[in-house]
Ligand binder design. Structure first.
Ligand code: HEM
Length: 205
């Protein structure tokens, strides 16, 4: 009887441990970045020091898709590449407080062969996400570029770690930055994400 009770307890602990086990995030690849950064829409093999693939399968009205995020930073600047499986818009939002609210959003697309990178901020849970300049802030993307490759859109951009704009989140070296991301199959900026949406963490150097 005692043995049965012990076995049940052990199984219960094992099951609970499985339930509360932390969901492992995407694998972050790390290399030494030896290549100079260029906003040309080509992600060089050594251009960024960290990268990860964010994947969402089709579900609940979303087509599903992949977003490859590559980044590197020094004390002053953050450099990032977003390679998404869409010809529509791609977005990343830093440090939301709730759903999309208060996210410092980069929304980008390639339109007529030209990269467009918006510096935005979401004031509500489901937007609106307005240009920082419309909210009294400043446009703080220092350089950007991008191109469409096959069915993918590749965007590269550079910003200051701390832009000084209250509609941009300020980063410091070594910080773990919570972020959200989303993609649509259209370049219309106000169209809701229909490819994928998700969240993650960017660990800075
Ligand atoms: C373009 C206009 C946008 C509209 C109209 C919109 C609308 C919405 C709505 C209604 C939801 C609730 C859940 C759902 O219906 O799927 C949602 C959730 C979400 N949105 Fe957006 N969104 C927009 C742009 C963005 C952008 C640019 C991002 C990324 C930077 C984003 C990231 C997310 C995420 C991650 C969620 C899920 C939040 C959670 O589950 O906690 N959205 N959005």
């Amino acid at each position: 009887m005692r043995l049965v009770a012990i076995l049940i307890s052990i199984s219960l602990v094992a099951v609970l441990a499985g339930c509360i086990q932390q969901e492992s995030g995407p694998q972050v690849r790390q290399i030494e970045s030896l290549e100079a950064w260029k906003a040309d829409g080509i992600v060089g093999p050594n251009e960024y020091s960290r990268s990860m693939n964010l994947h969402k399968p089709p579900s609940n009205g979303y087509f599903g898709g992949d977003l490859e995020v590559s980044w590197k930073n020094d004390a002053q600047y953050l450099y990032m590449a977003l390679n998404g499986s869409t010809k529509g818009w791609i977005a990343m939002g830093f440090e939301p407080t709730d759903w999309m609210k208060d996210a410092d959003i980069i929304l980008a697309a390639v339109e007529d062969g030209k990269a467009i990178v918006e510096d935005e901020y979401s004031t509500g849970n489901y937007g609106p996400h307005s240009d920082d300049t419309d909210l009294g802030g400043t446009y703080d993307i220092l350089e950007y570029g991008g191109r469409e490759v096959g069915g993918n859109t590749v965007i590269e951009f550079k910003r200051k770690m701390d832009t000084g704009d209250s509609f941009d989140k300020a980063f410091v070296s070594g910080q773990k930055v919570p972020m959200i991301w989303a993609m649509a199959d259209t370049t219309m900026h106000d169209a809701k994400h229909n490819m994928a949406k998700g969240e993650g963490v960017l660990e800075l150097q």
